[in-house]
Design a protein around this ligand. Structure first.
Ligand code: G3H
Ligand code: 13P
Ligand code: ZN
Length: 314
């Protein structure tokens, strides 16, 4: 298996442990050296399993060589429980490519296709992935908001629990992203009082017990980060994330993987804005990027500990 040479693991044992231990594993997106070092460093500091998530556009931004060289240089060992995961792969070729360069887990996101076509494409990816020891995630239902640089959805289509057993058994995937009211980006909920649909989640769990589920669009959008951005020249208004207590509740269920990108983006941006605002004479990127890196590190430690409840699980 290609990914073994990098000390990576697939998500099978990780999800088994998360299910029986009633916690979740954070899948944190990275796209440069700073976010990579911050997220891996936070996992190491907290002794937590971690999923390092990379979107198709982030792979393109970093290039295969730089991305995999960073992974190699981190000297990850298998007992650290680190998976490298393709986030929102939109085609068989994108997933196969990630597997070929050393990813240990891939998501095929065919949720915008009709049901049967979603099954067929997810099954094709799962077959290729399993032949290489790689785990596969698929998605059923559509999340509102910006999914990635290429996809936007303004409708909310919850996962229909009755579709799940058929989808899971015929596609052969190892985990399933479900739509229960989360959405991508910083403008998720109308207010902090809006509820995730735990009733739908319970129905899905009743129909597919012990099957690992995934929440996308699960950033909590910490208000102190939004405030720090706005206090230093930014303009982010009416941003609401998923309330922390709802994420904590989700983490105790069959939700084994909780995806976070926007929170890290906010932490990164807040630190840079603040540094440049208080030191307008500064033009040394290493200074403000170091602050951005430590802001992402601190936020990731906080979420691993207080949301995922995955600290000290290694
Ligand atoms: O859910 C998607 C992620 O936030 C990745 O977004 O394509 O801008 O890297 P990206
Ligand atoms: P957020 O935009 O809520 O951080 O979601 C990230 C995500 O789902 C990545 O796949
Ligand atoms: Zn996502």
């Amino acid at each position: 298996m290609k990914y073994e040479k990098y000390g990576l693991v697939n998500t099978t044992a990780m999800f088994g442990d998360a299910l029986s231990g009633h916690y979740a594993i954070g899948a944190f997106n990275f796209y440069n050296m700073e976010t990579f070092a911050a997220i891996l460093g936070a996992a190491r500091e907290t002794k937590s399993p971690i999923i390092l998530a990379v979107s198709e556009s982030a792979i393109k931004y970093m290039s295969d060589d730089i991305l995999m060289s960073m992974i190699d240089a981190a000297h990850i060992s298998q007992n650290e429980n680190v998976a490298l995961h393709l986030d929102h792969g939109h085609s068989f070729d994108a997933c196969a490519h990630a597997i070929d360069i050393g990813f240990s887990s891939v998501m095929i996101d065919a949720s915008d296709l009709p049901f049967e076509e979603n099954i067929a494409l997810s099954a094709k990816v799962a077959q290729y992935a399993h032949a290489h020891g790689v785990s596969t995630e698929a998605e059923l239902g559509v999340l509102k908001g910006q999914e990635d640089e290429n996809t936007f959805s303004d409708t909310e289509l919850y996962t229909n629990p009755s579709d799940v057993p058929d989808f899971v058994s015929r596609s052969g995937v190892d985990s399933l992203a479900v739509a229960i009211g989360t959405s991508h980006g910083a403008y998720k909920m109308k207010s902090d009082k809006q509820q995730l649909r735990f009733d739908i989640l319970a129905e899905i769990m009743a129909k597919t017990p012990d099957f690992p589920l995934v929440l996308h669009g699960a950033s909590s959008i910490p208000s102190h980060l939004v405030q720090r951005i706005n206090d230093n020249g930014g303009n982010i208004q009416n941003a609401h994330g998923i309330p922390v207590h709802q994420l904590q509740q989700a983490a105790t269920t069959n939700v084994c993987k909780i995806n976070v990108d926007s929170d890290s983006r906010l932490a990164f941006t807040a630190a840079i804005r603040q540094n440049l605002a208080v030191a307008p004479q500064n033009f040394n990127p290493r200074e403000y990027l170091a602050m951005a890196m430590s802001a992402v590190y601190e936020n990731t430690i906080d979420e691993i500990t207080n949301i995922m409840n995955s600290a000290n699980r290694i």
